[in-house]
Design a protein around this ligand. Structure first.
Ligand code: CAA
Length: 278
């Protein structure tokens, strides 16, 4: 059931962006994109299927990432209806084509082709860590499997008090392969990540906040307002400083102290040059 506004082209998508979105049926992929100046809102928009994700959804997300106008600084990812996302569309497992693209699961017999295929789907997630944007997952209701990984792919998670995170892939005989294992471990550590993944248990709001899976927990009816306040605060920061700081923070866990000090100096030189060139 597609929203009538679902395939509306945001006014500020650039010519290059238009080219990247050309031929992409966002509405058919269960997505809606709204761009308002420096803020892009991506809505998972198949509420009647609890925003279950298809191959088309993942490709659509990747296309949105490629097409973002250069003046977009904050991306909000949200879900329509009762849940953020129920994860992969289970119809894909039976090759029943509910995804609308007639594709079923690759059986892995051709390892190289399957590797390329999964890498293409992962592109729907990886752009959310780009330094030139800050990404916010506004999560309510269920965020399961690929939906949980989508929330993990964002920089910041603002969640409603009805949130239910679950990494269900191992319970289905699979591994989480949509970029989620790295942020999950970064946030909760290996032992807790193991426990969560291998029991596929549900994490609710209070525990999510305690584990760091949610930066903020708000009442369900306050989610949009909380996200809006955060967007306003993020936009108040100098864009160059925001991008440089994001680069620094994301590389910090991998760097030695020496490397990180050098990275701080490097970024600060860029900042000083820009500030004093004015
Ligand atoms: N795929 C396809 N359809 C789904 C779906 C999914 N993942 N989740 C829900 N739906 C459909 C239901 O079949 C139902 O359709 P009908 O109205 O035609 O019966 C509709 O959405 C509403 O669902 P429910 O009535 O079940 O809604 P609920 O609010 O009572 O429960 C739910 C919501 C807990 C999310 C439940 O629907 C559910 O458990 N869904 C399956 C979740 C799941 O196992 N996802 C796979 C995760 S693993 C993963 O994502 C792997 C990966 O990336 C590789």
């Amino acid at each position: 059931m597609a929203d009538a506004s679902a395939d509306r082209r945001p006014e500020s998508v650039t010519a290059e962006g238009e080219a990247d979105l050309a031929g992409v049926d966002l509405a058919g992929a269960g997505l809606r994109l709204d761009v308002d100046g420096a803020v892009a809102t991506v809505t998972l928009n198949r509420p009647e299927r609890r925003n279950a994700l298809t191959f088309a959804t993942w490709r659509g997300l990747a296309a949105i990432g490629r097409s973002l106008p250069s003046d977009v600084r904050v991306v909000v990812l949200r879900g329509e209806g009762p849940s953020f996302s129920a994860g992969i569309d289970l119809a894909l497992f039976s090759n029943a084509g509910l995804s609308g693209d007639g594709e079923g699961f690759a059986d892995g017999s051709d390892a190289e082709a399957t590797d390329r295929f999964i890498a293409e789907l992962q592109e729907g997630y990886t752009w959310l860590r780009r330094a030139d944007i800050v990404t916010i997952a506004a999560v309510h209701g269920h965020a399961i499997g690929g939906g949980f990984q989508l929330a993990l792919a964002c920089d910041i998670r603002v969640v409603a008090d009805d949130v239910k995170f679950c990494m269900k892939e191992p319970a289905l005989g699979l591994v989480p392969d949509l970029t989620g294992t790295k942020p999950l471990v970064e946030i909760v550590g290996v032992p807790r990540a193991l426990e969560l993944c291998l029991t596929a248990r549900t994490v609710q709001a209070e525990e999510a906040a305690r584990l760091g899976l949610a930066e903020t927990v708000v009442p369900r009816e306050g989610l949009d307002a909380a996200v809006s306040d955060l967007v306003t605060a993020l936009l108040a920061v100098n864009p160059g400083a925001a991008a440089a700081t994001k680069r620094l923070l994301w590389q910090a866990p991998e760097n030695t102290l020496e490397q990180q000090c050098a990275a701080e100096r490097h970024e600060q030189i860029g900042r000083l040059r820009e500030l004093f060139a004015r």
